[in-house]
Design a protein around this ligand. Structure first.
Ligand code: ZN
Length: 226
């Protein structure tokens, strides 16, 4: 209690009269909507024989138009561990060019499925600014014909073309022990952040002693994922 307040009211009785503080309420990211507001079925053009990335792009544009996402764009990214991405701020859906290159020949249906997964994110955003894999997203998955869609889609490794060498390494400065390799400098590991990093389970000996080091060409480590 503040000294001035205590002097005025040493029993603290006035404190009892203070209105209770409002409870902190964690607002869900998805505003509540009734089921009727969500479409039951979105008629998409039939999936053609997808033979090349240009075909995927053309089919995506046709699907966007059919689903009311005509002002959204389609593009390619170079991701090696995720298949697709929805960027609401840019109104863009991108698919990994490595994933599509690998899967078009053996399972084009998987490419379409990832496209629809991302479209469900775009529709959720347009409908109620909803992000993530909540009920709105699930409802749009059903409307797009993929009712069983999961938040995480797993597939076989597709990153064959990207055996890029690791260019950065996170080391324990005291012993030189390598903690992790990176293809590029991890933007989140700022000097300030590094100063508060440690190896889990070894806090005492490693706190603030991790350093990022760029590898020279001769030191670059080949990516062991094959
Ligand atoms: Zn998703």
């Amino acid at each position: 209690m503040l000294l001035s307040r205590w002097l005025a009211d040493p029993t603290g009785a006035s404190l009892m009269k203070l209105p209770s503080l409002p409870r902190l309420i964690r607002h869900s990211r998805e505003p509540k909507r009734t089921a009727q507001e969500l479409p039951r079925l979105i008629a998409l053009p039939p999936a053609p024989q997808l033979a090349n990335p240009a075909g995927v792009q053309a089919y995506a544009a046709a699907c966007f138009a059919a689903a009311g996402l005509a002002d959204w764009g389609f593009g390619w990214d170079r991701a090696v561990s995720r298949l697709g991405c929805c960027r609401p701020q840019q109104k863009m859906i991108t698919l990994s060019r490595h994933f599509v290159a690998c899967y078009l020949a053996k399972d084009a249906g998987m490419v379409v499925r990832v496209l629809l997964h991302e479209m469900a994110h775009a529709l959720s955003w347009e409908h109620s600014r909803a992000t993530g894999h909540g009920p709105v997203w699930k409802a749009f998955c059903s409307a797009l014909g993929i009712p069983d869609e999961k938040a995480t889609v797993r597939c076989e490794p597709f990153a064959d073309p990207v055996r890029r060498p690791y260019r950065w390494v996170l080391r324990l400065s005291t012993t030189g022990e390598v903690v992790r390799y990176y293809h590029r400098r991890p933007p989140s590991l700022t000097p300030r952040r590094l100063a508060a990093c440690y190896i889990p389970g070894r806090r005492r000996e490693t706190y603030g002693k991790l350093t990022l080091q760029e590898l020279r060409d001769s030191q670059a480590q080949e990516n062991p994922r094959r």
